[in-house]
Design a binder for this molecule. Sequence first.
Ligand code: PEP
Length: 257
Amino acid sequence: MRIPLIAANWKLHKDVGEALHFVEELAPRVADVEGTDVVIAPPFTALEPLKGAVAGTPLKLAGQNVSPELQGAFTGEISVQMLLDVGCSYVIVGHSERRTLFGETSELVAQKAAASQQGGLRPIVCVGESLEERAGGRTFAVVGEQVERSLARIEPAQADQLVLAYEPVWAIGTGHNATPEQAQEVHGFIREQLRKSIGEVAGRIRIIYGGSVKPENIFVLMEQPDIDGALVGGASLDPASFFAIIRFDRPPGEATA
Ligand code: PEP
């Protein structure tokens, strides 16, 4: 059985005060949420203050990025151990913004994912095709190659700690989410590819969807058999909207009640 995972990716938003205020608002609402893992990935600067704020709540913390290096002369980098130290249990690696704006390759993503896994952080490995790639009929080729290369250094014995995030680039921050059928088609493809490469553990790996997830569309996405949760950008910045997404089991209309 795969426990659903709903993760907030705040990107370059919220200072410490705003992050603390968000958790003060959200924590009482999620106190009785059971059977769903809820993760917040704030900017690095808010992690240490949030460590105390989420203690005793079901909320977990994630880094938005991590260095593949353990320590040393790597100005501006943050290591796996540093993220663990400030309370993280997850880390996002290979987000499309890191890949396209900062030139991260799948090889680098593989090093980050492996360093995270070896250090005891659960990597949320992002993959997804661009609009041009989808229009050119290359979705499966692109996503398949990203999955293969990004997971090349993962230890299969601990692969159930891994989370895959399918985030079509054309759906991120655009308001145009993939339809549930489009997303399921790729999630099913990813799971089958994982099954072929690492075997039955593939059935225990969570594959979450990201790209303009909102309270209005989470219900139908979560009805799909291979969609195990969501990575949420814009709609995770407001506690009420994020909470409505966490309650994905409510039909549209009831989600924000
Ligand atoms: C994201 O940043 O991973 C994301 C999916 O953003 P949004 O929900 O805003 O599309």
